[in-house]
Each structure stands twice: as structure tokens, then as C-alpha cells.
Design a protein around this ligand. Structure first.
Ligand SMILES: NC(=O)C1=CN([C@@H]2O[C@H](COP(=O)(O)OP(=O)(O)OC[C@H]3O[C@@H](n4cnc5c(N)ncnc54)[C@H](O)[C@@H]3O)[C@@H](O)[C@H]2O)C=CC1
Ligand SMILES: O=C(O)C(=O)C[C@H](O)C(=O)CO
Length: 260
């Protein structure tokens, strides 16, 4: 087997939340290119179907399931539906997340706080529990990749995103705990912690506050935002045999933002 053979994912099955656009779409396409079939779960049927079409063009199977991952009851039933329709899965990517900008803590309602935790953390727990339990039962190992953020490691400046930061920090420790528990089953669990990438939420933020692009870029040693396609190779690595001995790790991809 060559080094590059170890990145192949032929015959594998990926379950990814929020694969219709942004980082999720790029990771799904990269993993399909490496050989895997894909189930995409998200809110917007049309854009999910567009990504699924692009995956089918690569010669892989793609199924879409629509629903709200931020609603715990729906999240559970979406995972169970995916298992019934196309499981069990070899790779799980908990990608759905967001609401980085929120009201400051002193003004935040409990409902707002809870909804951000549900979107970013509870969804990660539920998908990991349901898809992961099927991995354990099948006894063929597995790969879990959870999306955190540099804002799990450092506070953001002036956008009141404390619930986002807290939820993403908890995603990191949850991943480490699961990695420890499930290592005997041959299941690895790792975190990708991206810095600033020009996907829809940051595009919207920059449109509303044009000055922040320049300010943010000055805070990044590499001097620019990342491109969503920068995530593809990292996702393939973590999904494949190439990362066989890595578990519980947090891989920061941020152009050096957290160096300063
Ligand atoms: N773009 C960035 O700079 C960074 C992103 N991240 C994290 O990476 C992940 C992906 O981020 P982006 O691609 O930028 O986001 P995005 O907003 O462009 O895409 C999110 C995807 O999830 C889906 N989605 C969102 N809420 C959903 C819900 N309640 N139910 C079902 N589907 C839902 C959307 O339809 C979309 O497909 C998130 O967890 C985010 O927190 C972390 C650090 C930086
Ligand atoms: O976690 C996110 O989402 C981010 O966007 C991380 C960075 O703080 C950022 O992009 C600032 O624009």
C-alpha cells in the first residue's frame, strides 16, 4: 500500500450534517472524491440536492435528508432515518453549527443560550450517540470528525459570542471523552477547529461591517481568510486510514490566528 492509498475511502459511507454549502459541502465533496458514498443532512432541500448532484457526478451515491438539526427531537429522528435508509456509517462529520454572534451575557435570555447549545453541542452529542452506537454494534471501527472553532480556544472580540465559544469548547472535550471511551472499538474522534473562512455567515458579517474584514486579516499572521476548499484534504486525512493512530486531537486550521 502506498502512502496515498492510505487516504482512499472506497466503499466507505459518510454521514455529514449541513453538507449543502460552506465547509460541510467542501468536506463532503473531498471525501466523495476519495471514494465514499455520502448522506447529507440539512435544512435546505434545494442546496442539499445540488451538493448531492455534484457528488453523483464524481460517481458516488448521495442521499439527502431534510430537517432541523438544532431541534433535538428532529435531530434524533434524522439520524435514525439516515441509519435506516443508508447506514451503518464508517464516517460521521458533525459539521452543523453557528450563531457565532449573540447578545452579551448580561443581556442574554436562557432560551437564546440554550438554542445555541442545542445547535452546536446537543446535535453533536445526539448524532455521535446514534451513529456511533451503530458503529460499535457493527464492530468495524469508525471515524468521527467534529467541527469546533478557534473561538473554542480564544474569545472573540466585541461580538458577544460567549454561548458559541462555550458550546464549541465543550465540543472539544466531548470529542476527547468519546475518543477515550471508543478507542477499544477502533473508533477515532477528532476535532477540526477552523479560523476565519469566507462562508455565508462571515460574508454576511463582512457585508454588514465592511471594516471587520481588514481588521480580522490584520490579526491573522497569514494575512487572509481561509478558503472552504482548504478543509477538504484535512477531512480526508481524518476520515481515512492515514490518521489511524490519531484520536482526541484538535487540529487548528487558522492561518496562524491563535499564534498571537
Ligand atoms: N466559516 C468559518 O469561518 C468557521 C466555521 N466554523 C464551524 O464550521 C461549521 C460549518 O460552518 P460554515 O460552513 O461556515 O457554515 P454555513 O452556515 O455556511 O453552513 C452550515 C451548514 O449547516 C446547515 N445548517 C445550519 N443550521 C442547521 C440546522 N439547524 N439544521 C440543519 N442544517 C443546518 C446549513 O444549511 C449549511 O448547510 C460550523 O459548525 C461552524 O461553527 C468554525 C470556525 C470558523
Ligand atoms: O467560528 C467561526 O465561525 C469563525 O468565523 C471564527 C473566527 O472568529 C472568524 O472567522 C472571525 O471572522
Amino acid at each position: 500500500m502506498t502512502v496515498l492509498d492510505r487516504f482512499r475511502l472506497d466503499g466507505k459511507r459518510l454521514f455529514i450534517t449541513g453538507g449543502s454549502r460552506g465547509l460541510g459541502r467542501e468536506m463532503a465533496l473531498a471525501i466523495a472524491e476519495a471514494g465514499a458514498d455520502v448522506v447529507l443532512v440539512g435544512r435546505d432541500a434545494n442546496s442539499l440536492e445540488q451538493t448531492a448532484g455534484d457528488i453523483r457526478h464524481l460517481g458516488r451515491e448521495a442521499i439527502t435528508i431534510t430537517g432541523d438539526i438544532g431541534n433535538p427531537e428532529q435531530c434524533e429522528s434524522l439520524c435514525r432515518q439516515a441509519l435506516d435508509d443508508a447506514g451503518p456509517f464508517d464516517i460521521l462529520i458533525n459539521n452543523v453549527g453557528g450563531r457565532r454572534i449573540s447578545t452579551p451575557v448580561a443581556e442574554q435570555s436562557l432560551d437564546d443560550w440554550q438554542s445555541i447549545l442545542d445547535l452546536n453541542l446537543t446535535s453533536t452529542f445526539l448524532c455521535t450517540r446514534i451513529i456511533g452506537a451503530a458503529m460499535i454494534e457493527r464492530a468495524a471501527g469508525g471515524r468521527i470528525i467534529n467541527l469546533a472553532s478557534i473561538n473554542a480556544l480564544v474569545a472573540t472580540r466585541n461580538i458577544g459570542g460567549r454561548s458559541y465559544e462555550t458550546s464549541k469548547a465543550a465540543v472539544i472535550q466531548f470529542t476527547r471523552s468519546v475518543a477515550a471511551d471508543w478507542a477499544p472499538h477502533g473508533i477515532t474522534a477528532n476535532v477540526i477547529a477552523p479560523g476565519g473562512f469566507m462562508t455565508e455567515p462571515n460574508q454576511r458579517w463582512a457585508k454588514e461591517n465592511p471594516e471587520v474584514i481588514h481588521t480580522f486579516e490584520q490579526q491573522v499572521p497569514m494575512g487572509c481568510f481561509g478558503q472552504p476548499e482548504d478543509l477538504g484534504p484535512l477531512a480526508v486525512y481524518l476520515a481515512s486510514d492515514a490518521s489511524r493512530y490519531m484520536t482526541g486531537a484538535t487540529l487548528v486550521i487558522d492561518g496562524g490566528y491563535t499564534l498571537w
